[in-house]
Design a protein around this ligand. Structure first.
Ligand code: HEM
Ligand SMILES: [Cu+2]
Length: 593
């Protein structure tokens, strides 16, 4: 180990001039005095990625990190679905199943969802609003570098289990007390509950990261806009990112406090969440006061991506732009007033319950407004079914399923039957897989030419879409049916003495089949991305989507065009410089939304 470190030190010292490297950043006050160096070349290789404060590089780092997390979370769920092929404990034990279940949820929400959205925000918001970089480039880098230790801590239980008696957490992603406070798992003889402590600390890192990122997005959109971007023509994706950042600012610090309180309960003898103290239900209030806004933190930017990309392939502007913005803001405000709809079955005061039912039903209205606007944008449009468009249309369709099932559970009498069944799992996956993941794919395909300078393979992308669309609907529709049959969530086995055992078995197998279809689709996607990035010919066309024809050539494409022109006038021999040097922004040269 010592030799290895010495080797790294020698290698670093041999890299010419790396100490004098000045980050490529303009804009923000903190680095203003260095803007004279802004056109220095970047160092190459690993050092570039470790030291970068360029928003585009950080965006790519966020993206790579999130996709790795997506793969890890995906492998976890494939193991779980394989176990569920048969009603008895067959392949993995139920303890391990519980650990996978916990980690799958945490990984997908905190290590994939939030960072993946930040990836798009980092790369494209400065380009869309004509800023030179994020407002605080260095804070931006710190926010990203909080994430790898966060992931290591969240997964720590799995990483150390072969060597110690530490078990990965088995609390489910909601970490309900008293279980997570050390009653039950965690205090079993011979088993250390440190896995839970690690996970809580890891979550704390991701929360800090998200909060710093949110402050940066807000500051960038408010203070660093180019002179041609104002509130009236700010694009819809930036609007949703702005609202989402506001939600993060109020929700994540609360999660952070609750996590600290739980850590204190577990390790220092406090009683915030114990029966003799604040009571276990207190955790549910704090958690869901964060948790419900969190689901919109994960849904608003995807809605923004649909609103942004869908019109580009419909040959017309987004229908009712203002109403999409208003509904975004309305969802942002209302999302803080519905948290107790996750607690209808806990025995809280029925009067409180009723008011939460009302607000939950109300929040469906702005969501439906968006669906209406997307549909009317499509209606009579000149549709071009490219891969990003297919994923947008698929996302709208899936979101309708997710939204409508949400309205059912918002009604108390229905929820009392469906709560904690697979119906709930179906509901939120229709949104998290069906909307969030779909729009992530749409965004990556749409901007692939900007990020890589290449075009993906269109045939593979279509395969990816259809496998993902079919897989999603098989998997999660079967889950809705399982829920109606009363199948409880979070169980590794399902041998019932009563009830329609046979149908439940078949539906579980159908669900697993759907998951495997999804897996095949994602393998095709990863192959397409890597292969196209390395081997596809460099794209000569500045406008691969023919956006100019319909007057939708937005700022980020304008920036890309200037970059390519700079590359040509430079003689093009130093491609790396041209790629990273955006050239001087020419105000007003590009159309805005
Ligand atoms: C149309 C608006 C929506 C309504 C009325 C709604 C309603 C509900 C209700 C009442 C529950 C609790 C059910 C129970 O546990 O018994 C629930 C669970 C959930 N919803 Fe929604 N929802 C809506 C939209 C969304 C969106 C947009 C997302 C995600 C981006 C989402 C994600 C979730 C998640 C993750 C859970 C389950 C949490 C858990 O227990 O693990 N929902 N929803
Ligand atoms: Cu909720």
């Amino acid at each position: 180990m010592g030799l290895f470190l010495a080797g790294v030190a020698v290698w670093l010292s041999r890299i010419e001039d790396w100490r004098s490297y000045t980050p490529l950043a303009g804009g923000g006050g903190a680095v203003g005095e260095e803007s004279g160096y802004a056109h220095d070349e970047k160092p190459s290789g690993l050092i570039r990625w470790l030291t970068t404060v360029d928003h585009k590089d950080i965006g790519i780092l966020y993206g790579a990190y999130s996709i790795i997390a997506f793969a890890v979370g995906g492998i976890m769920v494939i193991l779980m679905r394989t176990e569920l092929l048969t009603p008895d404990e067959a392949i993995i034990g139920s303890q391990f199943y519980n650990s996978l279940l916990t980690s799958h949820g945490i990984t997908m929400l905190f290590l994939f969802g939030t960072p993946m959205i930040a990836a798009f925000g980092n790369y494209f918001i400065p380009l869309l609003v004509n800023a030179e970089d994020m407002a605080f480039p260095r804070i931006n880098a710190i926010a990203f570098w909080m994430l790898p230790p966060g992931a290591l801590l969240v997964w720590a239980g799995f990483l150390v289990v072969p060597f110690t008696d530490i078990q990965p957490a088995q609390t489910a992603w909601t970490m309900y007390t008293p279980l997570s406070a050390g009653v039950g798992t965690g205090t079993q003889a011979g088993v250390s509950g440190l896995g839970i402590d690690f996970m809580l600390l890891g979550l704390h890192f991701t929360g800090l990261s998200a909060t710093m990122g949110a402050i940066n997005f807000i500051a960038t959109i408010f203070t660093d806009r180019g002179s041609d971007v104002n509130w009236a023509n700010l694009d819809i994706f930036s609007w949703t990112m702005l609202t989402q950042s506001g939600l993060i600012l109020f929700a994540f610090p609360l999660l952070g406090s609750a996590l600290i309180m739980l850590l204190l309960d577990r390790n220092f003898g406090t009683t915030f969440f114990l029966a003799e103290g604040g009571g276990p239900i207190l955790w549910q209030h704090l958690f869901w006061f964060f948790g419900h806004p969190e689901v919109y933190i994960l849904a608003l930017p995807p809605m923004g991506l649909v609103s942004f990309i869908l019109p580009k392939f419909s040959g017309r502007k987004l229908f009712g732009f203002k109403f999409v913005v208003y509904s975004t803001l309305a969802i942002g405000v209302l999302s803080f007033g519905v948290w107790a709809h996750h607690m209808f079955a806990t025995g809280i005061d029925p009067r409180i319950r009723a008011s939460f039912e009302a607000v939950s039903l109300a929040i469906a209205i702005p969501s439906a407004v968006k669906v209406f606007n997307w549909t009317t944008t499509l209606w009579g449009g000149n549709l071009r079914l490219t891969a990003p468009m297919l994923f947008c249309v698929g996302a709208v369709s899936n979101f309708i399923f997710g939204g409508v099932t949400g309205i059912f559970t918002a009604a108390i009498p229905i929820d009392l039957v469906l709560h904690d069944t697979y119906y709930i799992v179906g509901h939120f996956h229709y949104i998290l897989m069906g909307l969030l993941a779909f729009t992530v794919f749409a965004g990556i395909y749409y901007w692939f030419p900007i990020i890589t300078g290449k075009m993906y393979q269109k045939r593979l992308a279509k395969w990816h879409f259809w496998l993902t669309m079919i897989g999603t609907n098989i998997t999660f529709f079967a889950m809705l049916l399982l829920g109606y049959l009363g199948m409880p969530r979070r169980y590794a086995t399902y041998t019932f003495g009563v009830g329609p055992q046979q149908i439940i078995e078949v539906l579980h197998q159908v669900t697993t089949l759907g998951a495997f279809i999804l897996l095949v689709g994602q393998i095709i996607w990863v192959w397409n991305m890597i292969q196209s990035w390395y081997e596809a010919p460099t794209l000569q066309d500045n406008d691969p989507w023919d956006l100019k024809e319909t007057g939708q050539f937005t700022n980020e494409w304008g920036w890309n065009e200037r970059r390519l022109e700079t590359a040509i006038t430079d003689g093009g021999e130093e491609e790396e410089t041209a790629m990273t040097d955006g050239g001087d922004p020419v105000d007003g040269s590009a159309d805005t939304e």
